[in-house]
Ligand binder design. Structure first.
Ligand code: ADP
Ligand code: ADP
Length: 229
């Protein structure tokens, strides 16, 4: 399950200025669609609508054929896992930070999620350096390592839909390449929407939508879009 449909979605934070205009697309269950566009194009707004932080003004968003207006926000939050660009972590162990996604999860399940995200070797460390009476403690996780914690959280939560925010990717090419396997695991067999600035980060999407000023101006596979630009 988890197929997503945007039908002629129009939205503005104020009536004078529309932020999304007649946006239509669908993500078949288990497939990956990437939304690529410059800052201010409306990508974050689109994600907020999917969570019902705001409701669409015209058109509809459906998940598995059901209008999300009929779904409680809490159920949406359970169904959707987010891997944000900048993961904010608690000043507690990586283990704690992963288990936070599903507090009833067994220790084994938390370790397994950490292993699949390849962050298990840090699991009892704290994410930041901090002072104690006997000196400095803790780790200093890189951006990529924090993203691995977010991936582990999402693997543990096992949502039917994953939102992956690559929009402000601060990762260098080397880190990005290293993290691809973990990202592929979290998206595998789940309906996935990737938000990104650059085509190069979304090679594996089944379809790519180019969003500009709230409208979809191009769509196609990675190779098709490369030939057009
Ligand atoms: P993107 O994620 O592609 O950078 P956004 O969805 O954040 O784009 O923004 C789209 C447009 O909506 C921008 O013009 C932005 O300034 C505006 N916008 C975003 N969030 C709000 C908000 N909470 N209130 C008013 N305007 C907003
Ligand atoms: P992003 O590109 O990730 O959306 P932004 O820097 O555009 O990040 O926005 C950061 C936050 O500021 C967002 O949560 C958004 O709600 C808010 N925001 C963006 N534009 C506006 C705006 N014009 N008016 C009010 N809030 C805004």
């Amino acid at each position: 399950g988890g197929g997503i449909e945007f039908n002629n979605v129009t939205f503005g934070y104020s009536p004078e200025k529309l932020v999304l205009r007649n946006v239509s697309f669908n993500v078949p269950a288990g497939k990956t669609v990437a939304i690529v566009g410059p800052s201010g194009a409306g990508k974050s707004t689109l994600m907020r609508l999917l969570f019902r932080f705001y409701d669409v003004q015209t058109g509809a968003i459906l998940i598995d054929g059901q209008n999300i207006k009929l779904v409680q926000q809490q159920s949406l939050r359970q169904a959707i896992g987010v891997v944000p660009q900048d993961t904010v972590l608690f000043n507690n162990t990586i283990f704690f930070n992963i288990q936070y996604a599903k507090q009833e999860a067994s220790d084994e399940a938390v370790y397994e999620a950490a292993r699949l995200a390849d962050i298990h070797d840090r699991i009892l460390g704290f994410p930041d350096r901090y002072e104690t009476k006997v000196g400095e403690r803790g780790l200093r996780l890189s951006g990529g390592e924090k993203q691995r914690v977010a991936i582990a959280r999402t693997l543990l939560k096992a949502p039917i839909i994953v939102l992956l925010d690559e929009a402000t990717s601060a990762l260098d090419t080397h880190t990005e390449r290293n993290i691809q396997a973990a990202l592929a695991r979290v998206c595998a067999n789940r309906t996935t929407i990737i938000v990104a600035h650059r085509l190069s980060t979304v090679i594996h999407a089944d379809e790519i939508l180019v969003l500009q000023e709230g409208s979809i101006v191009e769509r196609g596979s990675h190779d098709q879009l490369l030939q057009r630009v």
